[in-house]
Design a binder for this molecule. Structure first.
Ligand SMILES: Nc1nc2c(ncn2[C@@H]2O[C@H](COP(=O)(O)OP(=O)(O)O)[C@@H](O)[C@H]2O)c(=O)[nH]1
Ligand SMILES: [Mg+2]
Length: 351
C-alpha cells in the first residue's frame, strides 16, 4: 500500500520523506530496501509486536510496513502544463492515498511558491489541480463511452451515469466523496484512478518552536516539523527519546503520521508470533481468516482449515499459548471469521 506525499514546491516534502525512510535503518532485523529513490518502505511502530517478540524471545521481528512516495513537481496550473505539467499526476494516480504537505513554517531563506504563508490557499491550489486533472479524465472518458452507450451497452450506460454525477461536482469545484458512492459504482470507475476519490490526510509543516501551541489552519491536520523530524532521524533511538522528553513531546510527528496513514489506508494488524519470528501483518479491515492466512503464504489460503486465535493482550497476560488455552482464551475460527485488530493467529491448513 502506497501513500503519495503531495504538495507545492519547498513545503518540506523531501525533508519529511528522508526523515521517514532514514528511520528504517534503525529498525534492526528489518531489511532496508529501496525500491526507487522516491519510494520508501516505512515500518509501522507497534509496541504490541515488541511485547510479543519479547515474550517469545523471537530471533527476528518483522513490523507491518507501508510505502511512502515522494512526488515532485506539483505547481499551480500544472494541469495546463506548468512545471512538470501532468507528469506528476500519473505518479499520484498509482498511490492508494494522498498525504498533503502544507507549509506553515517561516523561513526567509526558503522561497514560498505563493509569496507568503497561507496554508488554506496552498491546499486549495493543490485541490484545484487534482480536480482539474480529474475533470479532464472524466470528460475524456465520457467522450469515449459515447459509442458504446449509443449501442446500448449496459455497463457503459451505468459508467456514464456515475461519471456524469462526478462531473457535476467537479464542475462546481466540489470534491466527490468516495465514501458516499455505492461499492458497485466505485468498481465501475476504479480503472480511471480519479485523484479526488483517494483518501487524504493533511500534514502542516510548522515551526519547530510552535509544536506545543499549534492551532491547525487546516481542520484535522497533523502538525509536524520536518526540520525537527530530520534532526530526530539523525539521532540514535535513545538520543531521540531524550530529545523528545526535553521538548516535552510523547511521540514524534512521524510516528503520528505513520499511524494516521495506516488508518487512512483502512489497515489493521494481526500477528504471528514464535521463537523464530514475530510478525505484524497488515490487512484491510473486514478481511476474513483465509485471506489473512494468504498474506503469509498462498498455500495457507488455498488449504485453509481453521485458525487458532488469541488476542495479543490475552497472550501477553497469560505468558504463553498453553496458559491462554487453559484459560479458554483461544478460539478456533473457520473460513468466515473476520479478523480483528490485535489477533494473534496460528493457521491450520491442508498441504
Ligand atoms: N525552517 C524550515 N525549513 C524547512 C523545513 N522543512 C523543509 N525546510 C527547508 O525547505 C527547503 C525545501 O525543502 P524540501 O523538503 O526539499 O521541499 P519540497 O520541495 O517540498 O520537497 C529545504 O531547504 C529545507 O531544508 C522546516 O520544517 N523548517
Ligand atoms: Mg522535493
Amino acid at each position: 500500500m502506497q501513500i503519495g506525499i503531495v504538495g507545492l514546491p519547498n513545503v518540506g516534502k523531501s525533508t519529511l520523506f528522508k526523515a521517514l525512510t532514514k528511520k528504517q535503518v534503525e529498525i534492526a532485523n528489518y531489511p532496508f530496501c529501496t525500491i526507487d529513490p522516491n519510494v520508501g518502505v516505512v515500518a509501522v511502530p507497534d509496541n504490541r509486536l515488541d511485547k510479543l517478540a519479547a515474550l517469545y524471545h523471537s530471533e527476528k521481528f518483522v513490523p507491518a510496513t507501508i510505502e511512502f512516495v515522494d512526488i515532485a513537481g506539483l505547481v499551480k496550473n500544472a494541469h495546463q502544463g506548468e512545471g512538470l505539467g501532468n507528469q506528476f499526476l500519473s505518479h499520484i494516480r498509482e498511490v492508494d492515498a494522498i498525504a498533503h504537505v502544507i507549509r506553515n513554517f517561516h523561513d526567509d531563506n526558503v522561497v514560498h511558491a505563493g509569496g507568503q504563508i497561507n496554508p488554506a490557499e496552498d491546499l486549495a491550489t493543490i485541490a484545484t489541480e487534482l480536480a482539474m486533472a480529474d475533470l479532464a479524465t472524466v470528460e475524456n472518458a465520457l467522450h469515449r463511452l459515447k459509442e458504446k452507450t449509443k449501442a446500448g451497452d449496459k455497463e457503459a450506460i451505468k459508467t456514464e451515469r456515475v461519471l456524469a454525477q462526478i462531473k457535476i461536482l467537479l464542475d462546481q469545484g466540489l470534491k466527490p466523496d468516495a465514501t458516499s458512492l455505492p461499492a458497485d459504482d466505485l468498481k465501475l470507475i476504479k480503472g480511471f484512478n480519479l485523484l479526488t476519490l483517494k483518501p487524504e490526510l493533511y500534514i502542516e509543516n510548522i515551526d519547530e518552536d510552535s509544536i506545543k501551541k499549534f492551532a491547525p489552519s487546516i481542520p484535522n491536520s497533523i502538525p509536524v516539523s520536518a526540520k525537527l523530524e530530520a534532526e530526530l532521524a539523525d539521532l540514535s533511538a535513545d538520543e531521540a527519546k531524550k530529545y523528545l522528553q526535553e521538548l516535552g513531546l510523547k511521540k514524534t510527528g512521524l510516528e503520528q503520521l505513520i499511524a494516521a496513514s495506516y488508518r487512512l489506508l483502512n489497515l489493521m494488524t494481526f500477528f504471528t508470533a514464535g521463537p523464530k519470528e514475530s510478525h505484524a501483518w497488515p490487512i484491510k479491515n473486514g478481511t476474513k481468516a483465509p485471506a489473512a492466512a494468504g498474506e503469509i503464504h498462498t498455500d495457507f489460503e488455498a488449504g485453509f482449515i481453521r485458525a487458532e486465535i488469541i488476542n495479543w493482550q490475552d497472550l501477553i497476560n497469560c505468558g504463553s499459548e498453553a496458559k491462554a488455552k487453559e484459560k479458554g482464551l483461544m478460539h478456533l475460527e473457520g473460513k468466515d471469521y473476520i479478523m480483528r485488530d490485535g489477533d494473534t493467529a496460528y493457521f491450520h491448513f491442508n498441504k
